[in-house]
Design a protein around this ligand. Sequence first.
Ligand code: PCA
Length: 206
Amino acid sequence: MSVLLTGFEPFDGASVNPSWEAARRVPGVRAVQVPCAFGASLECLRAAVQEHDPAVVVCVGQAGGRPDVTVERVAVNLDDARIPDNAGRRPIDEQVVRGGPAAYFATLPVKACVAAARTAGVAASVSHSAGTFVCNHLFYGLMHLIATERPEIRGGFVHVPFAPAQVLDQGAPSMPVATAAEALTAIVAAAVSVNGDLRLVGGSLH
Ligand code: PCA
């Protein structure tokens, strides 16, 4: 099964984004870097889906402050930016897709993905909020594309913590990029092979 992973370019003044650094280290997948911008990130994703025709799409982003890898379950139809994106846009209370449903669920087996990352030795959990910035925007756009045009694709979103070098003076949690890449590798394997999902308790709103 062909797998497309996306990671983001750096944003908010950072010089790296661990989502891209981890995604590009995952073996056997297509990895594409997308801009950290409303609109442009989705256009880039759409072009990559068209070009590579994947069976599974996992978009990856940085969630600074979270201590573990989080597999997102819900994308909401809301752009509400705390900071400007890399194109200088800062939408407030806008819809990702005008008239679209309020939310979509990931079609990855999220609990099995979390279990796979943990089996690989990496801390992971289910998350019920991907925020309202560019990550949620891309996640919602992916799920809308799947719902309306490409129902055969399994898709979802994973957040990874800061890389250690980003938080040397901040006292914030971090995870080495190689560790995040191991988690993504395990998550992709579960996304490809698991039918249905595991019935396990899990998930937080942060
Ligand atoms: N994280 C941001 C956008 C890009 C990224 O890596 C987010 O969580 O929305």
